[in-house]
Ligand binder design. Structure first.
Ligand code: IMP
Ligand code: MG
Length: 179
């Protein structure tokens, strides 16, 4: 285990089997369709890569990079698009793949944006869900794990751009972000 981890919350094995289970459910729901699978950079990349490999429907891949904050630490209350889709959302069945829903700000805004652009449907698939932190009226259509309000790292998730490459989800030691 990495020295900055308090403990491992989800092991590689737990991630592997649950991601597969959820992906197979999503796959069933998209039989006969050709969804546009939109990964939210960068936190979703590892989940995304594992998830799409269990889909058998023809998928098209696309990505968005967004931030909810300006340069300061205070929320600007507006979604900042750093990288937009390559494809048009119009008429598409969109599957948003995200690492974690916290306040719900990011996903509430993205879902509204895709619908505004004329998407035929928009669903949210998330790896983690911090239910108790929700401030916006949005829920995942598929969620792999509900978690407590702890800061987690690994399997794509970062703290200050570090730890994304850890193969498991760990709880970050408080001393790392409190010093
Ligand atoms: P929301 O817009 O408040 O739902 O924020 C979601 C985003 O916050 C995620 O995409 C992550 O980038 C980040 N985030 C929230 N909680 C954590 C965490 O525990 N570890 C790492 N990133 C997190
Ligand atoms: Mg993120």
């Amino acid at each position: 285990m990495h020295k900055d981890c308090e403990r491992i919350m989800l092991t590689e094995e737990q991630l592997r089997s649950r991601v597969r289970e959820v992906a197979e459910e999503v796959d069933k729901a998209y039989a006969g369709k050709r969804p546009l699978v939109v990964g939210i950079l960068k936190g979703s990349i590892i989940f995304y890569a594992d998830f799409i490999r269990h889909l058998s429907c023809p998928v098209e891949l696309d990505f968005m990079a967004v931030s909810s904050y300006g340069s300061g630490a205070v929320s600007s209350g507006k979604l900042n698009i750093k990288k937009d889709l390559d494809k048009s959302a119009e008429g598409r069945d969109i599957i948003i793949v995200e690492d974690i829903i916290d306040s719900g700000f990011t996903l509430a805004n993205l879902k509204a944006l895709f619908l505004e652009r004329g998407a035929a449907s928009v669903v949210i698939v998330t790896l983690l869900n911090k239910k108790d932190r929700r401030e916006y009226d949005i829920a995942p259509d598929w969620n792999c794990f509900d978690i407590e309000n702890e800061f987690v790292i690994g399997y794509g998730l970062d703290y200050d751009e570090r730890y994304r490459n850890l193969p498991y989800i760990g709880i970050l030691k408080r001393e790392v972000y409190e010093k």
